[in-house]
Design a protein around this ligand. Structure first.
Ligand code: FAD
Length: 428
């Protein structure tokens, strides 16, 4: 038998990774009655938001990410000030690659268009700048600016959840949501400005001249968990990461081409005596190398003496039947480390390994939109963050909460590149 709660939430958020937790933070901060539901333990390691670190950088090749990341820098600092500990650690960002690499040229355009102070360095200049710690081939360049940094990942998710809880949000874990649907009981819910709600089979509205002011909530969304519990909300935000395609197809029939990919994070040992040269807080940057094997990494922070260096690709996976494989392109990665750090980082074997998932879309752009169909604007989806979402969580959380409650993001934030409609003609 279904255990239907009579409690009516303003917003139910399904999926307690960084996006769902940031959405719960923003919704609860606005005084909305908020429920965040997670299928596993909160802060588990089976999705995309766990681990020690994520890079934040303003160097994007697509211009519409620039305002989002700049707002995120501000929001990370504001939110960490509320909780009283740091999750954001500043660093410079270095992008390297062949001088004619398309992505690098676009990054340069981005820096110019937005007036981001930056340096373009050749091999000698780079060697001088980083006193021989970083090297690359003669025909390459490096673009260096001050907009890099590291976000402590699991700590940041915990921060959003703690603040949401403090703001009155209800947090429930170990509840897998198996269905999302409109309320079939034909119940009309009437809400008063003091947050009292009344339920009736029918409703007659006789408010005269105030008719156009009355907010039409269009109904209630019912969210069911595998243990037969159900929760009722005026709106629902779905932030289920690598499970997005599966869940959305099941509840609505809509196919969103989000492909889960297993990625491996590796930590490598810095040669003895040089540990401080690669540590956060000095001049060593967060970095990306473009063209050939795409590699990115962070200065050492979480494990003293170890730097994180990762290949930005992996194997397609089923989030419910993970391979927990060895990682891809390891030989290329080792070769890259050997050549790029002048023998100061031991490239032979990583010391620590962690597995995680990307949720890839065909164009690597996010999905932030209403689900539409029978749900209209009552269900909002936020997913497909394609391996570059974490840094944006505070701003994506704001947008998802606003879409759910106001129907539009505030401040004219442009989310047009992230619509579900763009996949209509692409492969599923
Ligand atoms: C190795 C790696 C490195 C990365 N590096 C960076 C980086 O440097 N910079 C950057 O910006 N981004 C980076 N990212 C990407 C970033 O981490 C992700 O974009 C982000 O964490 C996605 O968060 P999410 O909340 O959408 O997904 P998740 O964290 O997976 O959260 C989704 C949650 O929904 C839950 N869920 C699923 N189905 C259900 C259900 N039916 N009912 C209830 N709950 C459900 C899941 O259990 C999960 O907890 C990286 C990702 C990886 C894997």
């Amino acid at each position: 038998m279904q255990n239907v709660s009579d409690e009516l939430f303003d917003v139910i958020i399904v999926g307690g990774g960084v996006m769902g937790s940031a959405t719960a933070y923003h919704a609860s901060k606005r005084g909305l009655k908020t429920l965040l539901i997670e299928q596993f333990d909160f802060l588990h390691h089976r999705g995309s938001s766990h681990g020690e670190s994520r890079t934040i950088r303003a160097n994007y090749s697509k211009p519409y990410y620039y305002p989002l990341v700049m707002e995120s820098y501000t929001l990370w600092q504001q939110v960490q000030a509320q909780i009283g500990y740091n999750v954001y650690f500043p660093a410079h960002q270095l992008d390297m690659g062949h001088a004619h690499d398309h992505t690098l040229l676009k990054i340069l355009e981005n820096c110019s268009n937005h007036g981001i102070p930056h340096e373009v360095l050749n091999r000698c200049q780079l060697a001088e700048k980083f006193s021989g710690r970083i090297d690359f081939p003669d025909d390459s360049i490096g673009i260096l600016n001050e907009f890099g940094g590291v976000i402590k990942a699991t700590k940041a998710v915990a921060m959003f959840q703690t603040l949401a809880h403090k703001n009155g949000a209800v947090l429930k874990d170990n509840k897998e949501i198996t269905d999302i649907k409109k309320d079939e009981r034909g119940v009309v819910v009437v809400s008063a400005s003091n947050n009292e709600t009344f339920r009736g089979k029918k409703c007659v509205v006789t408010v005269g001249a105030w008719m156009s002011k009355l907010k039409d909530e269009r109904g209630v969304v019912v969210v069911s968990a595998s243990n037969n519990e159900t929760f009722r909300g005026k709106k629902c935000v779905v932030t289920v990461g690598a499970w997005m395609s599966k869940l959305v197809k099941k509840v609505s029939g809509v196919e969103i081409p989000i492909k889960p990919v297993e990625i491996h994070v590796f930590y490598w040992r810095v040669k003895e005596g040089h540990e401080g040269d690669f540590a956060i807080g000095g001049d060593f940057p967060t970095f990306s190398s473009h063209g050939g094997v795409h590699v990115f990494g962070t200065p050492s922070l979480e494990y003293p003496g170890l730097v994180k260096i990762v290949v930005d690709s992996g194997d397609k996976c089923d989030p419910d039947k993970r391979e927990w494989g060895p990682g891809v392109r390891m030989n290329e990665l080792k070769e890259w480390i050997k050549e790029s750090f002048n023998g100061l980082v031991d490239w032979r074997e990583p010391v620590v390994k962690q597995a995680c998932m990307y949720s890839m879309t065909p164009d690597n752009d996010y999905v932030v939109d209403f689900l539409g169909g029978q749900f209209g604007k009552d269900v909002v989806v936020g997913g497909g963050f394609s391996g570059h979402g974490f840094k944006m969580a505070p701003v994506i959380g704001r947008i998802l909460a606003e879409l759910a409650v106001d129907g539009v993001p505030s401040g004219g934030t442009d989310i047009s590149p992230f619509g579900i409609g763009r996949f209509n003609n692409s492969q599923k």
